[in-house]
Ligand binder design. Structure first.
Ligand code: GP9
Ligand code: MN
Length: 634
């Protein structure tokens, strides 16, 4: 037998290094990860390490060399299988595996017969390190010895592993602030956390949702249903069906706040096209309309529009509850014979859209792969709005009609960078570069919208469509209050901050002649019933928390995701009550009844989502399927 001079824990080091290198190689060979700078490269490199240190480090607890070696080989094999499964999945879906897809068999329908085709002979190399470890153990006898590890040494080892994890998270936080709470892109998670930590994180998120769902009691729906029914708003007879049968085009205007509308910046009009619509005979312009999003930002606004429910308080519902049952606006329109789709030139896994859109019954997602992004056509977060609209209209021209297309713009996104040729007005002059650029970027979006309308006309799609546009959420956060105060010429109190959450909302119905400014206090949650009624679709049975803005019964009451609210008379923000007219602080007593109502409404929405309660609701009949709930419970 060969003499073995290898230090006792060599096999541990070899396993870590081999898996680490393999993972890093797989990053570059099997996944198409966009690496934009050196820092991202560094994060990518160290990202698998912390997990590997932990998982292989458990081998330090073993006393027999045989058991220890077996543990290391099995761990290595399992990690290899996880990595390989992701690589094969990626060949199909350009996405990483998330727990729910393993249970969504429909996804694998596509896989079936062609699965074999996506397995290559060269995939053997995925298992190189497994073979290598076995050789090291069996023939080189590297793992034959073991010595009891002192608990102080072990502790030092795990402290080191933890330090690597925190270094990793710290760098990721610098590179992608709020990665774990906000930026829910699977690709970003994998890039920043490594594939193994990503799976742990995914399991955590999914099991939390799963547990809440399992604990939910279908009878909770009784109270929610009573609330929804008692707040029902009857459609306005004159408006109902006004746009019957037309195509529905919904545009999400990235980060557009209402303060730029009909306003100028150092003498430059910021949104000339939208300003013209505020006075247009075919356009309803809602000037007291609020976004209601939380951490899920754009995705929250999508969620609110599709479901007329609130997003969640603690994260992006698109990410945490993509497996729920929903009754979306798309579903109602599918039933009416519409071809439903979303157009957004970004990575499809961003905000978990690819999964969520299935849950929302959206028939087709035109993601970045449906667009040709030529040299010079991208800036900031991706494809510029003008070419995006242009190619989207080309897609629309090919669609069966009527269609429902929801378009999500991207250029007017923080940090609001623009190419020189797209800067149609000069920047503002405050101490906030963000605000300074915001005006230019909003000006560009306005230009893009104008060309969008022209494209629609040129393709003959304009007259038979209704175009709905809304700002998705704020673009200028409270960090820029000083600059905002300079621009608006007044101090930004909590009252002003709340009023700054107004986003423009337009409903443009070509050749209708009924347009006007609507000053009702309303919010994104009202979009769905308002629009469906215009298309002549009843919503009386929908489990929704919004109401048709044109209805006599519509209440001037908008709830923010944090529990603040606005009515036509009051504003509740920063724990204080204000007179909506004057902005003066008033006795909290005036706000109290609404504070409760706001909490109640958010609570009902959370209950529906966390308990996945719509699985107990029959949309056709409006019946609660409580018996089914009880059956499921048993
Ligand atoms: C990403 C885009 C922007 O695809 O929708 O997301 P946001 O950061 O605004 O939520
Ligand atoms: Mn957005």
């Amino acid at each position: 037998m060969k003499k073995n001079n290898w230090p006792t824990h060599s096999i541990l080091v070899i396993a870590i290094v081999a898996t680490w290198i393999k993972t890093y190689v797989v990053y570059h060979t099997s996944f198409d990860l966009k690496i934009e700078n050196m820092m991202q490269q560094v994060i990518l490199f160290i990202s698998p390490l912390s997990f590997l240190l932990f998982v292989y480090g458990l081998s330090l607890f073993f006393k027999s060399p045989k058991a220890r070696n077996r543990y290391i080989v099995i761990t290595n094999a399992v990690l290899t299988i996880i990595l390989y499964a992701n690589a094969v999945f990626y060949r199909f879906f350009t996405d990483f595996i998330t727990l729910p897809v393993l249970f969504q068999t429909s996804n694998f329908g596509d896989l079936g017969s062609s699965a074999m085709e996506s397995i290559y002979f060269t995939d053997i190399f995925f298992f190189t390190d497994v073979v290598f470890l076995i050789i090291a153990l069996k023939w080189l006898k590297i793992g034959d010895k073991i010595s009891v590890v002192k608990s102080t040494t072990r502790r030092a080892y795990f402290v080191f592993a933890a330090a690597v994890l925190f270094l990793n998270l710290g760098l990721a936080e610098i590179e992608r602030p709020q990665l774990l709470t906000r930026s829910f892109d699977r690709e970003m998670l994998v890039k920043n956390l490594g594939p193994y930590n990503y799976h742990l994180y995914d399991i955590y998120i999914q099991s939390k949702s799963h547990a809440q769902r399992a604990l939910a009691d279908g009878s909770e729906l009784v109270e929610v249903n009573n609330y929804v029914r008692s707040n029902q708003a009857e459609p306005n007879a004159e408006m109902f069906g006004l746009a019957d049968g037309r195509n529905l085009i919904v545009v999400s205007m990235e980060s557009l706040q209402n303060f730029v509308i009909n306003n100028d910046m150092n003498g430059y009009e910021v949104t000339p096209f939208l300003n013209s619509l505020t006075k247009d005979k075919d356009t309803f312009y809602f000037s007291n309309f609020y976004h209601q999003t939380g951490l899920g930002k754009t995705s929250d606004s999508e969620f609110i529009v599709e479901n007329s429910l609130y997003g969640l308080g603690g994260g992006a519902v698109f990410f945490t509850h993509g497996g729920n049952k929903f009754h979306s606006m798309a579903e109602s329109l599918n039933e009416k014979g519409y071809y439903t789709n979303v157009m957004h030139p970004n990575n499809k896994s961003f905000w978990n859209r690819d999964m969520m859109y299935q849950a929302l019954s959206i028939q087709k997602f035109y993601d970045v792969n449906s667009y040709v992004v030529n040299e010079g056509d991208a800036v900031n977060w991706g494809m510029k709005d003008i070419p995006f609209f242009e190619q989207s209209v080309d897609h629309m021209a090919q669609m069966p009609q009527p269609f429902y297309s929801r378009l999500i713009t991207l250029t007017n996104h923080h940090p609001f960078d623009l190419d020189e040729e797209d800067q149609l007005i000069p920047p503002y002059n405050s101490n906030s570069r963000t605000l300074n650029k915001y005006f230019q970027s909003a000006r560009y979006m306005d230009e893009a919208l104008k060309s969008f309308f022209e494209d629609l006309k040129a393709q003959g799609l304009y007259d038979n469509s209704i175009i709905v546009m809304y700002g998705d959420h704020y673009g200028i956060s409270e960090n820029h209050n000083a600059a905002m105060a300079q621009y608006l010429g007044k101090e930004i109190t909590p009252y002003e901050s709340a009023k700054l959450q107004r986003v423009p909302f337009f409903v443009h119905i070509p050749n209708s002649g009924v347009g006007k400014e609507v000053t009702e206090t309303a919010g994104q949650i009202d979009i769905r019933p308002t629009v469906l009624h215009l298309l002549g679709i009843e919503t009386a049975k929908d489990m929704q928390l919004g109401a048709d803005v044109f209805s006599e019964d519509h209440e001037d009451f908008v709830v923010f995701r944090n529990g603040d609210f606005v009515t036509d008379k009051l504003v509740f923000a920063g724990n204080a009550c204000y007179d909506n007219e004057t902005g003066l602080q008033i006795d909290i007593g005036s706000c109290e009844p609404y504070i409760e109502r706001a909490a109640q409404e958010l609570g009902y929405s959370d209950q529906i989502i966390n308990g996945d309660l719509l699985r107990f609701y029959d949309l056709k009949t409006g019946n609660l399927l409580i018996d089914e709930a009880e059956k499921e419970e048993q």
